[in-house]
Design a protein around this ligand. Structure first.
Ligand SMILES: [Zn+2]
Length: 341
C-alpha cells in the first residue's frame, strides 16, 4: 500500500484530523457524524465545510458554500497550499498527522524537519474581517468595470457552446466578463488562485431580498478548472454565499415591490439554467437558486396570487429545493413543477 493510502486509512477521525490541520477554530460539531469547519478552499468566517467519515471509513470534506470536495489529502492540500499529489504534500501531510514513519527514508527526514508553524497557511488572522457580504458600493463599483460577455472571446464562445446567446445575455445585462486587465476584488480567489487564473471569467450578480446587488459569483469558462479541483462556479471568498439569489430584470422588480407580474415566475437551479431561461423568457421574472440562497424574506416579496413554475432536475436535490421553495410561499401562489430533462 502506498504511503498516501496508508495515511488516509489511519487518519479517520474527522475531529482529530481537523485539529491537526488547525481547522478547529470557529468549527461546529455535527455530533458523531463529524464537524463543520471554516472552508480551507474558499476561506470564510462561518463554518460551512463539512468533514465526516465516508462510507469507506476515510475522511470526506464537502463545502456547502463553494461546493469544493476532497478526501483527507484534498483537505490537506487546501490547508497547506501544496499541489495535489505532490511529494511536498505527502511530506507535509505525514508531518501534520505525525506519521513520518510511513514515508521512505529521504522523505521521512524531510518531514521531520518541517516546522509545525510553517505547515499551516490558514490562520484566523489571515481571514478577512467578519462581514457577511461586501459593501454594496464595492460590489457596484466592481460590476461597473466589467465588460459585456458578448465582447469577451472566451466567455462568449463558452456560452454559445451551451446554446446561450451572449449578445442577449449582454443586452439583458445578466452577466459580465472579466479579463486579464480587470482589477479583481480580493474575494475573487479560491485556494490561493484568482478568478482569472482559474478562468472564472463570467461574473453574475446575486441579489438580496430587497433587490440590492450584494455580491457576485464567478463561472469558469475552461474545463482546466476541473484539473485544479476547483468548483465550476464560485462565490466571493471570505463572504457568505447564502441568502442571495440570481434574478433577471422582471424578478428584481418583484423584489423591489413592483406588484403582480404579467407573466408566470420561473424558478430554476443554478447559473446555466438561469441564463438559459432569462434569455428564453425575457418578459418573465426568473430566479436562479442554489442551496441556501432563497430566504423567507425573498419569498415575502412575491405577491400573492402569482403563477410560479419551478423547474427541477430529476434528482433528490431538485425535489428538495422545489419543496423548500413551495413551502416558503405558504400556499399564496399557484406553484407548478416541471422536471427538466
Ligand atoms: Zn468552500
Amino acid at each position: 500500500m502506498s504511503a498516501w493510502a496508508e495515511i488516509r486509512q489511519v487518519v479517520t477521525d474527522p475531529r482529530a484530523a481537523c485539529e491537526r490541520l488547525g481547522l478547529l477554530e470557529g468549527s461546529k460539531s455535527q455530533g458523531y457524524a463529524g464537524l463543520s469547519v471554516r472552508c480551507p478552499w474558499h476561506g470564510e468566517r462561518n463554518p460551512s465545510c463539512s468533514v465526516t467519515r465516508g462510507q469507506d471509513g476515510t475522511i470526506r470534506a464537502k463545502c456547502f458554500s463553494c461546493d469544493s470536495t476532497g478526501d483527507l489529502w484534498g483537505l490537506t492540500a487546501a490547508v497547506t497550499g501544496e499541489a495535489p499529489a505532490s511529494r511536498e504534500l505527502l511530506i507535509a501531510g505525514a508531518a501534520i498527522f505525525g506519521l513520518e514513519q510511513l514515508l521512505d527514508t529521504d522523505d521521512r527526514d524531510r518531514a521531520l524537519k518541517v516546522p509545525r508553524a510553517a505547515r499551516q497557511r490558514l490562520t484566523a488572522s489571515s481571514l478577512p474581517p467578519e462581514r457577511s457580504y461586501p459593501s454594496p458600493e464595492t460590489i457596484s463599483a466592481f460590476w461597473g468595470i466589467l465588460g459585456p460577455v458578448s465582447e469577451s472571446w472566451d466567455a462568449g464562445v463558452y456560452l454559445e457552446d451551451r446554446c446561450i446567446d451572449p449578445v442577449a445575455v449582454s443586452r439583458l445585462d445578466l452577466a459580465r466578463a472579466i479579463d486579464d486587465k480587470t482589477e479583481l476584488l480580493g474575494g475573487c480567489r479560491w485556494n490561493g488562485m484568482d478568478w482569472n487564473r482559474l478562468t472564472h471569467r463570467i461574473v453574475l450578480p446575486v441579489w438580496d431580498a430587497h433587490g440590492v446587488m450584494a455580491s457576485v459569483r464567478g463561472w469558469a469558462v475552461i474545463g482546466d478548472v476541473e484539473r485544479l479541483g476547483a468548483p465550476k462556479r464560485l462565490p466571493l471568498s471570505g463572504y457568505s454565499a447564502s441568502g442571495l439569489v440570481l434574478a433577471n430584470g422582471p424578478a428584481l422588480e418583484l423584489l423591489r415591490g413592483g406588484g403582480l407580474p404579467d407573466s408566470e415566475i420561473v424558478v430554476v437551479e443554478g447559473e446555466p439554467d438561469f441564463l438559459t431561461w432569462s434569455v428564453r423568457a425575457e418578459e418573465s421574472p426568473v430566479f436562479g437558486l442554489g442551496s441556501g440562497w432563497w430566504t423567507q424574506e425573498h419569498a415575502n416579496r412575491i405577491p400573492s396570487g402569482c403563477e410560479v413554475v419551478v423547474l427541477t432536475h430529476d434528482d433528490q436535490a431538485g425535489e428538495r429545493y422545489a419543496n423548500n421553495f413551495e413551502k416558503s410561499l405558504q400556499g399564496r401562489c399557484r406553484v407548478r413543477r416541471r422536471v427538466r430533462l
